[in-house]
Each structure stands twice: as C-alpha cells, then as structure tokens.
Ligand binder design. Structure first.
Ligand code: SF4
Ligand code: SF4
Length: 135
C-alpha cells in the first residue's frame, strides 16, 4: 500500500505534481494512460499536495497520522520450556543453513539452566572418577 494515496475524485489535473516543493510527485503519460508517481524518500510530508488539490482527492491522513505499516508477518519459534517467543521460523532455517545444526528452541534463561545442569553432571562425573582413581 503506497503512503501517498488519492481517492476516486482525482482527475489527473497535476496541480499536486506542479506544486510539490520537494519534487516528490511526478507524472507519466504513456499510451492512453496518465500515472501519478510519488517518491516517499523525497517527500517532506508538508501536506501542500493535500491543501492544493482542487478535487480534495489526496488521502493524506496516513502520512499525517504517522502510522506504522506492517512490513511482513512471520511465524515465531517459541522456547520449548516456557513458550517465550524466540525468533521467526525463517531465521531458524537461516541459522540451520549457516551452522549445519538445528538451533535449540530455548530462551536464554532456560538455555543457561540446561547448561548448568550439564556442567553439574560433568562435575559429578569428574568427582566420581577421582574417587575411583584413589581406591
Ligand atoms: S491535484 Fe488532486 S486531482 Fe489533481 S492530480 Fe493531484 S491528486 Fe489528482
Ligand atoms: S507532502 Fe509535500 S513534499 Fe510530499 S508529495 Fe505532498 S507536496 Fe510533495
């Protein structure tokens, strides 16, 4: 959905294009079509196009209200213990390709807890090995 939108009242008069102080509007006539173009990276959001349009056709409220646009929506992988959201499934696939390993779906807290359990197990194992050596 473009930032700059016009409603059905636009008659292509080009007043907005000719009066845009930032040259963010342009038009193209090709075959039997006129296209109005807008470049958001040049737009100063000054609202002049909206004020000047004789047809009241510029639907400018979206830019003025500074709304957030949803860029993409991705499924999340969650921690297998507490269900905390971790990262998108697609990111998990990227990690798998780059590392050759399936990432563990664990949040930092539960990863730490599992690592501590592993450490405790090895400490226990080392202790019992030393006791065996003493005998
Ligand atoms: S000034 Fe209004 S009616 Fe004219 S081209 Fe621009 S949006 Fe359309
Ligand atoms: S808001 Fe201002 S800078 Fe942006 S297109 Fe309209 S007139 Fe041009």
């Amino acid at each position: 959905m473009p930032y700059f939108q016009v409603n059905e009242k636009c008659n292509g008069c080009l007043s907005c294009v000719q009066n845009c102080p930032a040259n963010a509007l342009d038009s193209k006539d090709s075959d039997d079509k006129r296209t109005i173009l807008h470049n958001m990276s040049l737009c100063a959001r000054c609202g002049n196009c909206w004020r000047i349009c004789p047809q009241d056709a510029v639907e400018f409220q979206h830019i003025l209200e500074n709304k957030w646009d949803e860029v993409t929506i991705l499924d999340l992988v969650r921690c297998s213990v507490c269900n905390e959201p971790l990262y998108p499934v697609e990111f998990s696939e990227t990690l798998k390709v780059k590392t050759g390993e399936e990432p563990e779906p664990l949040c930092p807290r539960h990863k730490k807890a599992f690592d501590s359990l592993g450490d405790a197990h090895f400490v226990q194992y080392r202790k019992s090995s030393k006791e065996v050596e003493k005998r």
